[in-house]
Design a protein around this ligand. Structure first.
Ligand code: PNS
Length: 205
């Protein structure tokens, strides 16, 4: 009994927890790429959605949390949570060892480095770990996705398919038929959701 307790305690102390903070308004395939790779690197990852009273997001925090959860049922060492205030305070509260951030292009680097240095002055124990975003998502951002959808463009290749449905519904747009969407025939009972989900192919992970 005591032996099992010691083993469990050692496992707890040595397990490495990373926080992946962000707005995730909404989650994109680029975020998902970082989350999946982070879950392979760390024992546990917490995706932490910032509650930011200064921004007017497209989705509420609970909606964003739900979108992330629905995108990640295959990741058993992932938790999705929200926080407000400083990221570093949340990371300390959760006893995290690292902050995880994705780097897409050179222009990300300046801001990310500034954040990493600032956070280091606030807690020397917590490291910021950058993952280079996979090539195919290096251009991708939540803002870009929202802009495309607002003007009726196809986004089903940029975000998880249920998120694409949420966005189209927000903008009250009929989902456009893209290379990956076929046979969209809205019915009164099914505005767009079910039909779009059925018609989109599963994403390869
Ligand atoms: O997805 P985003 O918008 O690029 O994420 C930015 C985020 C949430 C990581 C950053 O703005 C942040 O950490 N905000 C919380 C407030 C804070 O800790 N500010 C000091 C950062 S040095």
């Amino acid at each position: 009994m005591a032996f099992a307790f010691i083993i469990a305690s050692v496992a707890l102390v040595t397990s490495v927890l990373a926080i992946y903070p962000g707005s995730f308004d909404p989650i994109t395939l680029g975020h998902l790429d970082i989350i999946e790779r982070g879950c392979k690197l760390f024992d546990q990852v917490i995706v932490a959605v910032l509650r930011n009273p200064n921004k007017t997001p497209l989705f509420t925090v609970p909606e964003r949390i739900e979108q992330i959860r629905r995108s990640t049922p295959h990741l058993s060492n992932l938790e999705v949570d929200s926080f407000d205030g400083l990221t570093i305070n949340y990371a300390k509260m959760r006893h995290a060892s690292a902050l995880l951030r994705g780097l897409r292009v050179l222009s990300d680097f300046e801001m990310e480095l500034q954040m990493a240095h600032t956070n280091k002055t606030l807690s020397a124990q917590i490291e910021t770990v950058f993952l280079a975003t996979s090539n195919e998502y290096s251009f991708l951002s939540s803002s870009l996705v929202k802009e495309i959808a607002r003007f009726g463009g196809a986004i089903d290749h940029l975000v998880p398919k249920h998120v694409a449905v949420d966005i189209y519904q927000c903008f009250a747009k009929i989902p456009p038929v893209s290379a990956q969407t076929t046979n969209l025939v809205p019915t009164p009972d099914h505005p767009k959701t079910e039909l779009l989900i059925e018609s989109l192919p599963d994403r390869e992970t």
